[in-house]
Design a protein around this ligand. Structure first.
Ligand SMILES: *Cc1c(COP(=O)(O)O)cnc(C)c1O
Length: 356
C-alpha cells in the first residue's frame, strides 16, 4: 500500500528526486564529502545556484529585468521585507482574501498605512478586485492562491502600481505571467523543495537601496550570495526543478493539477457524505477544503484515511473540517486513492444506503 501525505506544507516531493538526493548525499564534489559540508563559495555549489536560477527562469519565463533571490525566513519574512523595501509614500493596498493575506497586511502596518480591499466574486464564482480602489499607494499586494481557504484569483485587473504576489502555494503549479508583477515570492516547501528556502522574483527597477539592516535590503542579494544560504535546500530545489522540466514544465504541472483537483471536486459535488467548502471558478487547484458537516465525523474520516495510508487530511485550525493539498509532486494516483477512500467511507456512513 502506498502512503500519501496531503499536507499543506511542507508538502510531498517527488520520490525519485528524494532517492537521487539520498544516493548522492555523500558524494557531492569529492567522494565522502556531502553537499551539506560544502562551502557556499565553492565552484561546485555555484553551479547548483546557476542551474537553479536558470531552470526557474526557463520554467516561468522570467525576463532579464527581473532578479531572482534565494533567501531564508520563509514567505513570512517577505511580509515585512516588501513594505520595508518598496515604501515611498508609506501607503499600501492589500486584497484581503484570507489568513495569509491578513498576516501580510499586519506586518505591513509597521511601515505605513494599509488600504484593505475586499475581493469581488462574480456569478461564475471567479475572484477579482476593483482596480479603481487602488490609488496613491506604493503597491498592491495579492495572495494568488489561498492555501487555507482553498481559493484563487481568476482575474487580476491592471493597476497603475506594481502588483506584489504571494505565490507560496501555487508557484510552478499553474501558469503565472511574471511580467504582470513587480514581485512574486514563495516559500519553497510547497512546490519547490524542502523548507528553509524562499524565492523572490523582483523587477530590478524596484530594488532601491534603503537605509536598512543589510540582510533585509533586497539590494544586498542581487546577483550574489550575500551570506550562507540554505545550501541543502537549494541543492534539492535544483533537482526538483529539473524534475518539473522533465515532466514537461509548468504547463504539464497545471494540466496534472487540474485533473487531480477535478477528480476530487467532482466526487465531493455528488457525494452524500462529503461536500466542498468552495464552489465556482475561484476553487484552488492545489488546496481543497471539504467537510462531512460534522466535526466528529470529520475526525473519524481522518482516522479512517490514516489507516489506509492517507496522511494529513485535517483542515487548518482556523477553518476546521478537512483539507487535501495536491501539490505538483502528488501523483494522479494520490488523488484517485483519496477519492476511493472517501467512497469507501461514504459507503460505511451514508444513511441513504443503509437498510432501515
Ligand atoms: C505557507 C504559506 C505562507 C507561509 O510560508 P512560510 O514559508 O512558512 O513563512 C505564506 N503565504 C502562503 C500563501 C502560504 O501558503
Amino acid at each position: 500500500m502506498s502512503t500519501y501525505t496531503y499536507s499543506a506544507g511542507p508538502g510531498m516531493l517527488p520520490k525519485e528526486v528524494m532517492q537521487e538526493i539520498q544516493q548522492h548525499l555523500l558524494t557531492f564534489e569529492y567522494d565522502g564529502i556531502s553537499i551539506i559540508e560544502t562551502s557556499h563559495r565553492s565552484e561546485s555549489f555555484q553551479h547548483v545556484v546557476d542551474s537553479l536560477e536558470a531552470r526557474l527562469r526557463r520554467l516561468m519565463h522570467i525576463p532579464e529585468n527581473y532578479a531572482v533571490l534565494w533567501l531564508q525566513g520563509g514567505a513570512t519574512l517577505q511580509f515585512s521585507m516588501i513594505p520595508m523595501n518598496l515604501r515611498n509614500q508609506n501607503r499600501f493596498a492589500y486584497v484581503d482574501t484570507g489568513v495569509w493575506s491578513k498576516k501580510a497586511m499586519e506586518d505591513a502596518k509597521h511601515f505605513g498605512q494599509v488600504d484593505v480591499i475586499h475581493p469581488l466574486i462574480d456569478e461564475a464564482g471567479g475572484m477579482s478586485f476593483e482596480p479603481s480602489l487602488v490609488q496613491d499607494v506604493d503597491y498592491l499586494h495579492v495572495t494568488l492562491n489561498n492555501t487555507i481557504e482553498g481559493t484563487r484569483f481568476t482575474n487580476l485587473p491592471e493597476t497603475t502600481v506594481p502588483i506584489i504576489a504571494d505565490a507560496s502555494s501555487n508557484i510552478l503549479a499553474e501558469h503565472i505571467d511574471v511580467e504582470r508583477f513587480g514581485v512574486i515570492y514563495a516559500g519553497a516547501q510547497k512546490n519547490i523543495g524542502p523548507a528553509g528556502l524562499t524565492v523572490i522574483i523582483i523587477r530590478r527597477d524596484l530594488i532601491q537601496s534603503k537605509e536598512l539592516p543589510s540582510y533585509l535590503d533586497y539590494a544586498s542579494h542581487v546577483d550574489t550570495l550575500f551570506n550562507t544560504p540554505s545550501t541543502l535546500s537549494m541543492y534539492a530545489a535544483e533537482r526538483v526543478l529539473k524534475w518539473v522540466e522533465d515532466q514537461g514544465g509548468v504547463e504539464a504541472m497545471e494540466r496534472l493539477n487540474r485533473e487531480k483537483s477535478e477528480a476530487v471536486y467532482s466526487f465531493l459535488e455528488q457525494s452524500n457524505v462529503f461536500s466542498p467548502l468552495v464552489s465556482g471558478e475561484r476553487r484552488s487547484l492545489t488546496n481543497i477544503p471539504f467537510t462531512t458537516g460534522d466535526h466528529g465525523r470529520d475526525l473519524s474520516f481522518q482516522q479512517f484515511a490514516i489507516e489506509r495510508g492517507l496522511l494529513e487530511l485535517g483542515g487548518h485550525r482556523s477553518v476546521g473540517g478537512l483539507r487535501a493539498s495536491l501539490y505538483n509532486a502528488m501523483p494522479r494516483e494520490g488523488a484517485e486513492r483519496l477519492v476511493d477512500v472517501m467512497r469507501a467511507f461514504e459507503e460505511e456512513n451514508d444513511v441513504s444506503h443503509q437498510n432501515i
